[in-house]
Design a protein around this ligand. Structure first.
Ligand SMILES: [Zn+2]
Length: 134
């Protein structure tokens, strides 16, 4: 994680509000969730009752940048609660979230809604970073 990834998340964080509703990727299996709490360091979502640390959002942006996952090179999301069945992006997202459950599927729709990421909701679900332009 680095300063420029943090700055991009700062922009997102300013737009987060309690009771905002998002939907997890996948046309068929997607579920809705809402932000029940937003503070400087984390959000909490319902009905999943999951707290997601802000640093995880920066880690996701950093991973996508590092591996240059832009629209011509999307990244398979491959999320699973079981770390042994999780892809690298899912693992990266949860490392600093106690690693107990997946959180990438909640992070990505928030990044998408605020213009940082794209998501293809058909199987296999993929994501990419929206390039910032010049
Ligand atoms: Zn970075």
């Amino acid at each position: 994680m680095c300063g420029s990834c943090n700055v991009r998340i700062d922009d997102v964080w300013l737009r987060l509000r309690t009771n905002q509703v998002y939907r997890t990727p996948d046309h068929e299996r997607g579920v809705t969730f809402l932000l029940s709490e937003v503070n400087e360091a984390s959000i909490e979502i319902l009905p999943q009752e999951l707290v997601i640390n802000r640093v995880c959002f920066s880690d996701v942006v950093h991973y996508l940048r590092y591996y240059q996952h832009y629209d011509t090179n999307p990244c398979t999301i491959n999320s699973n609660d079981d770390p042994n069945l999780s892809g690298d992006l899912c693992l990266t997202a949860r490392v600093r979230n106690h690693n107990e459950r997946r959180c990438i599927n909640y992070i990505l729709p928030i990044l998408q809604n605020h213009g940082l990421a794209g998501i293809d909701c058909t199987e296999p679900n993929t994501t990419w970073l929206v390039s910032r332009g010049a």
